[in-house]
Ligand binder design. Structure first.
Ligand SMILES: NC(=O)c1ccc[n+]([C@@H]2O[C@H](COP(=O)([O-])OP(=O)(O)OC[C@H]3O[C@@H](n4cnc5c(N)ncnc54)[C@H](O)[C@@H]3O)[C@@H](O)[C@H]2O)c1
Length: 258
């Protein structure tokens, strides 16, 4: 339970879902964690539950100035940043025929530019500390697109490209950058799916079940820790095999269905 002893981490999207699971496990593993999210109530409550090793900071990942503030605040509070987990993201389904530029751009701003700003914001402090680990949450939809996910998948492919470029650029400074590719993780939104949708999705997963938030978090712990010290620029799947399974087409190619 001390894989991350003494590490200082920022987790975007850390107020709930996969990010919330990462925050809880990171603290359990000995890290100090900044929960960086737009969800004030959830984030503050999670920080209060976890005690002095977790703190909530409001961050909209689209906003350059806020990134500078959150990183500067972390440096003055705890001395630097060792780990950045870029988990904040939004999903949503639209066939291309129904997809507006506004909707597409918002997804790019949060899922893609948010990750870029995060990477850029921590380079100086990580370099100063002699290295660090950046984990960018992509998706199984970041290796294979399907109907209704043109915008989402495009941003998740882009996250993997950003990861590869950053890994090469930052390796000389001891900063590792990897992509985490969840399959279907049983977060509150997935728990809210209709039973038939959940059943159809489970049927497409070789391991025959959704992943838990803790399973996704454990991969993030590995990537954040020194156990993964020779890994950079790579894709790490926590997906029950769904990315390689055939016939993975999601059963949701209906018009204008969110
Ligand atoms: N749940 C899954 O099955 C699954 C599968 C593959 C990939 N992912 C990816 O995992 C990540 C987390 O997904 P989740 O299912 O936990 O979603 P979620 O909606 O439960 O959590 C997302 C978090 O991001 C925060 N957020 C949204 N916009 C933000 C912004 N502009 N700035 C800062 N924070 C913001 C939300 O407040 C929320 O706390 C996303 O990047 C998603 O694409 C999820």
């Amino acid at each position: 339970m001390n894989a991350l002893n003494g590490k200082i981490a920022i987790v975007t999207g850390g107020a709930g879902g996969i990010g919330g699971g990462q925050v809880e496990r990171f603290v359990a593993e000995g890290a100090k964690v900044v929960i960086a999210d737009v969800a004030e109530d959830l984030g503050t409550a999670l920080a209060a539950k976890l005690g002095e090793n977790a703190v909530f900071r409001h961050l909209d990942v689209r906003d350059e100035a806020s990134w500078n503030d959150v990183v500067a605040d972390t440096v003055s509070r705890w001395g630097g940043v060792d780990v950045l987990v870029n988990t904040a993201g939004i999903a949503g389904y639209r066939l291309i025929a129904d997809l507006t530029v506004e909707r597409y751009m918002n997804m790019i701003q949060i899922n893609q530019i948010g990750v870029f700003l995060g990477i850029r914001s921590v380079i100086a402090t990580m370099t100063e500390r002699g290295g660090g680990s950046i984990i960018n949450v992509s998706s199984y939809a970041g290796v294979r697109a399907g109907a209704g996910v043109a915008a989402y998948s495009s941003t998740k492919f882009a996250v993997r490209a950003l990861t590869q470029s950053a890994a090469i650029e930052l390796a000389p400074f001891g900063i590792r950058v990897n992509a985490l590719l969840p399959g279907v993780i049983d977060t509150p939104p997935v728990q809210g799916w209709a039973q038939d949708r959940r059943a159809a999705s489970i049927a497409s997963i070789p391991l025959g079940k959704f992943g838990s938030m803790d399973q996704a978090a454990r991969m993030a712990v590995f990537l954040a820790s020194d156990e993964s010290s020779y890994s950079t620029g790579a894709d790490f799947y926590v997906d029950g095999g769904v990315a390689i399974a055939s016939g993975r087409e999601p059963p949701r190619a209906k018009r204008a269905k969110v």
